[in-house]
Design a protein around this ligand. Structure first.
Ligand SMILES: NC(=O)c1ccc[n+]([C@@H]2O[C@H](COP(=O)([O-])OP(=O)(O)OC[C@H]3O[C@@H](n4cnc5c(N)ncnc54)[C@H](OP(=O)(O)O)[C@@H]3O)[C@@H](O)[C@H]2O)c1
Length: 277
């Protein structure tokens, strides 16, 4: 695959943002969100993390902590109070993100502070009829129609997800991979860079998609992961019927013309596996 010229991650279109008010990061404890929090702190922005859990004892990081639940609405008005930007990285299973996003947006509107909504979405959600992707599409529409300033970035699957699928099968004598499906994994840290730039830079609307540097067959990615982990087992292709997997096989979730991520999957594995790649 030919590699595109990488984009600058700090190239948000309208400089500005709201430097005096904190940035709320929902899902600030998750794979992506905790990296966004780190980037924003490096930019010396005031950050508030939303989590369902209380702040861990001994956490001395220089952010505020809001305990709240987007599935019930508990604590959400307090979490959004006074913020200038909300980076929405929290996600629930299935279709839960629709109601969760609506609760967040309603609270943001009630706050009266007109915060900038920055939402992370997924490449191809309108091409692959997966129930989670349908929820992401609906959540995008809620963000875009909220009457608040907004930015939406779609990314391909994170390296962590590809590795996680393999690691979740560690007790099995074989490893299953989606037959005929390719992925274009991207580094969550690079996506976090882009989101943090959008949060600092002001509303940009729907920005260009962000894909990883390589499109690779899932069986081959699975073998690579097993090798890096020092595990030996056969990789069996799982060929699933139905429209969802047909769309995945057709590459509806890929963005080969937006292969702007720089960190390859092999580099990601090597950085996290003591035995290297
Ligand atoms: N993973 C990928 O490959 C990928 C690719 C493209 C886009 N995305 C998108 O990126 C976003 C982040 O994904 P991720 O992989 O970083 O997720 P993740 O690691 O699973 O983290 C999920 C986060 O959501 C929070 N959360 C869950 N339920 C919540 C609730 N009811 N109320 C408040 N917070 C709640 C969790 O916080 P607590 O547990 O602390 O409450 C956690 O911080 C998602 O929107 C996802 O669709 C992911």
């Amino acid at each position: 695959m030919e590699r595109m010229e990488p984009v600058e991650f700090g190239d948000a279109p309208t400089p500005g943002g709201d430097a005096d008010r904190p940035v709320l990061v929902t899902g600030g404890t998750g794979t992506l969100g905790r990296r966004v929090v780190r980037r924003l702190l490096e930019e010396e922005r005031a950050v508030r993390v939303l989590s369902r859990r209380p702040r861990p004892a001994g956490d001395r990081e220089p952010y505020d902590w809001a305990t709240g639940d987007l599935s019930t609405g508990e604590g959400i008005d307090a979490a959004v109070a006074g913020v200038g930007t909300i980076v929405h990285c929290a996600t629930t299973v299935g279709r839960g993100d629709v109601a969760a996003t609506r609760r967040l947006v309603d609270a943001a509107r009630r706050s009266g502070g007109e915060p900038h909504l920055v939402y992370i979405s997924i490449v191809g959600i309108d091409r692959v009829p997966f129930v989670y992707y349908r929820a992401k599409s609906a959540a995008e529409r809620i963000v875009e129609g909220a009457g608040l300033p907004w930015s939406v970035l779609r990314a391909t699957q994170f390296h962590d997800l590809i590795a996680g699928i393999v690691d979740a099968q560690r007790m099995l004598p074989v490893a299953l991979a989606f037959g005929g499906v390719c992925f274009q994994p991207v580094d969550a840290g690079e996506v976090a860079d882009r989101l943090a730039a959008l949060a600092v830079g002001g509303p940009a609307g729907r920005v260009p998609d962000m894909g990883g540097p390589q499109v690779r067959d899932h069986r081959e990615l699975t073998r690579t992961t097993l090798r890096a982990r020092g595990r030996r087992r056969p990789v069996l292709p799982l060929r699933l019927p139905g429209a969802v997997f047909r769309a995945f096989r057709e590459g509806g979730h890929l963005a080969p013309d937006r292969a702007v991520g720089r960190v390859t999957y092999d580099e990601y594995l090597a950085a996290r596996t003591p035995t290297g790649g």
